[in-house]
Each structure stands twice: as structure tokens, then as C-alpha cells.
Design a protein around this ligand. Structure first.
Ligand SMILES: [Zn+2]
Length: 66
């Protein structure tokens, strides 16, 4: 009784958590401008947490965009 050899190596693709598309600041929005500035500073210092925070805030703007 010989069982066929199984190659159970299924490539698992990890979600690119730190590779998400960054939102663009909306023109004329002071909040976006501030967040873009913060994001730039964070990028300069390699602060990924702050970059992500700025992106999240920019995407889900508290006041929204009109
Ligand atoms: Zn905005």
C-alpha cells in the first residue's frame, strides 16, 4: 500500500498591510493639507504608524468632503 506523495506546499499570499494605496489630499481641504504635511514629516522620519494614521484619517475624513 503506497500512498501518492502529497506536496502540501500551497503558497499563501499575505495581505500587503503596509503597501496600501495612499489617498490624495483633497484640494481646498485644510484637514487634508494638514494630514498631508504630517504624513510627509512621518515619512521623513520613517514613522510608519503615523503615516498609516494620516492615511486613515484622510480617507475617512471626520467632516467629509463637499
Ligand atoms: Zn479632507
Amino acid at each position: 500500500m503506497s500512498e501518492p506523495t502529497r506536496h502540501g506546499t500551497i503558497p499563501i499570499e499575505l495581505p500587503h498591510l503596509f503597501d496600501e494605496v495612499e489617498p490624495d489630499p483633497v484640494e481646498g481641504c485644510a484637514g487634508c493639507a494638514a494630514l498631508a504635511q504630517v504624513r510627509e514629516w512621518a515619512r521623513a522620519t520613517g514613522d510608519r504608524t503615523t503615516i498609516t494614521d494620516a492615511n486613515v484619517l484622510m480617507r475617512r475624513h471626520p467632516e467629509g468632503h463637499r
